[in-house]
Ligand binder design. Structure first.
Ligand code: NAX
Length: 328
């Protein structure tokens, strides 16, 4: 039998954790032939609820689930791990300034980066979901100097999937007929969902849409503010859709993206498209052989340029702020 892959999920007792763990254990993260060992990492107050989730996982009798361990210490939780899904984060509390938020998360993602550096497996791959995801990934990466920088990524796949679905609804196309949409920049309200290279059933999406006002005044803000709309409707933030996007991200990273199409992920910039090197920014990406690559050579028009620059400026500010706080 294939050796099980160790998957650590932080924030395992939270709502995304609850939506995520069962799908990992059923084989949807890594494939139907790959057994997994789950390592649930929580803070001490979250351990009891994580134990309850582990009982339910047991009760599913998943063929592929080779074991579950629960930790409240990152060093133990990341020991030997191959895939780390960093979901647990510090939310913005009342009266909290951005600096306070970054500092509080530095207190989580700094030690987690160190623990990954100390004990994770050679092939470790990290996806940060907990917000502010891009900058939290940067903090973890900076604290893990022995792990190749490109193994640290942040999630914009939920934004990508939201954009696909909005575009399908507008045009009447099936989601599966849409290719090569891109989310650029930060996973925040400044993100830029770009349809200028997208195709719908082989035709340029902008031609099919043929409605610049919709693009500017409806599509872009709807995608960027979808998280807030979900909170308004559900009384709680996106959970199952976020877990689904995390599954998509890691599945494509490990197993590859389909030939001839790309997706979106926040990965360390190599300077492509004028994004300063080292920033963890969302790009159009493909994956082959377990490595993300930025799609090269796309023409960026003026409309897109301004929006990419604005989101990248926000990422630069966040990076400078965490540098100023001594977190990276
Ligand atoms: P919950 O508050 O339901 O769960 C968070 C869990 O993390 C809690 O059980 C808590 O005990 C645990 N936790 C806190 N600090 C920890 C630490 N140091 N180590 C281990 N566990 C720790 O939040 P949930 O709805 O699950 O959301 C989790 C994160 O995902 C939030 O930061 C949220 O903002 C972020 N999101 C990111 C999205 C994305 O697209 N990148 C979309 C969905 C979501 O908003």
């Amino acid at each position: 039998m294939t050796q099980p892959v160790n998957v650590t999920v932080t924030g395992a007792a939270g709502q995304i954790g609850y939506a995520l763990l069962f799908r990992i254990a059923s084989g949807q993260l890594l494939g139907a032939d790959t057994p997994v060992k789950l390592r649930l990492l929580e803070i001490p107050q979250g351990v009891k609820a994580a134990e309850g989730t582990a009982m339910e996982l047991d009760d599913c009798a998943f063929d592929l689930l080779a074991g579950i361990d629960i930790f409240d210490d990152p060093t133990a939780g990341f020991e030997g791990t191959n895939v780390a899904l960093l979901v647990g984060a510090r939310p913005r509390g009342p009266g909290m300034e951005r600096g306070d938020l970054l500092e509080a998360n530095g207190g989580i993602f700094g030690p987690q980066g160190k623990a990954l550096n100390a004990g994770a497996a050679e092939d470790i791959r990290v996806l940060v979901v907990g917000n502010p995801a891009n900058t939290n990934a940067l903090i973890a990466q900076a604290n893990a100097p022995d792990i190749p920088a490109e193994r640290f990524t942040a999630m914009t796949r939920l934004d990508h999937n939201r954009a696909l679905s909005q575009l399908a609804a507008k045009t009447g196309a099936a989601v599966g007929d849409i290719r090569n949409l891109t989310i650029w920049g930060n996973h925040s309200a400044t993100q830029y969902p770009d349809i200028f290279h997208a195709q719908i059933g082989g035709r340029p999406a902008v031609e099919v849409v043929d409605d610049q006002a919709w693009l500017e005044d409806t599509f872009i803000p709807t995608v960027a503010k979808r998280g807030a709309a979900i909170i308004e409707a559900r009384g709680a933030s996106s959970a199952a859709s976020a877990a689904n996007a995390a599954i998509d991200h890691v599945h494509d990273w490990v197993n590859g993206t389909p030939e001839g199409s790309w997706t979106s992920a926040a990965i360390p910039s190599d300077g492509s498209y004028g994004v300063p090197e080292g920033l963890i920014s969302s790009f159009p990406v493909t994956s082959t052989g377990g490595t993300w690559e930025i799609v090269q050579g796309l023409d960026v028009n003026e409309f897109s340029r301004a929006r990419i620059d604005a989101s990248v400026a926000e990422l630069t500010e966040e990076r400078d702020a965490v540098k100023g706080l001594g977190l990276i």
